[in-house]
Design a binder for this molecule. Structure first.
Ligand SMILES: [Zn+2]
Length: 109
C-alpha cells in the first residue's frame, strides 16, 4: 500500500492535525513522523469497512490496538465485542468524526 493511503498528502496532514488521540479509546497519539520514520503504533483507520478507501471524510487516526481489534467489522458490530465493552468504547464515547460517520453512513446501509 502506498504510504499516503491513497490520499493526497495535504488531506492526510489535515487528518493528523484533527485527530490527536485515538478516535475510539482516546489514547494520545504521538506525531506522525520522527526522523522521517513511522514511529509508535497509531494507525490510519478507515471508518468504512469496504472500499473506496481514498475518501478523506472516512479516514481517521486510531491506535494499533483498536485498529487490529476492529479489523473489518462494521463499527456498531465492533462496539458489541468484549474489547469495546471492557474499554467502554461506544457511540457516546468515540470522537465526533466517528459519530458523524455512524449516523450519516453506517445507519443508512
Ligand atoms: Zn484506541
Amino acid at each position: 500500500m502506498k504510504n499516503n493511503y491513497g490520499l493526497p498528502k495535504i488531506e492526510l496532514q489535515k487528518i493528523f492535525d484533527r485527530d490527536k488521540v485515538c478516535v475510539y479509546c482516546k489514547k494520545e497519539m504521538k506525531s506522525h513522523e520522527v526522523n522521517n520514520e513511522r514511529v509508535d503504533w497509531f494507525t490510519i483507520e478507515h471508518l468504512n469497512y469496504m472500499p473506496p478507501w481514498n475518501n478523506p471524510a472516512t479516514v481517521t487516526i486510531c491506535c494499533w490496538a483498536c485498529n487490529s481489534s476492529r479489523g473489518n467489522k462494521k463499527i456498531r458490530d465492533w462496539f458489541e465485542t468484549a474489547y469495546c465493552i471492557d474499554r467502554n468504547i461506544k457511540e457516546k464515547t468515540v470522537s465526533k468524526s466517528v459519530q458523524k460517520y455512524l449516523i450519516e453512513v453506517e445507519d443508512k446501509e
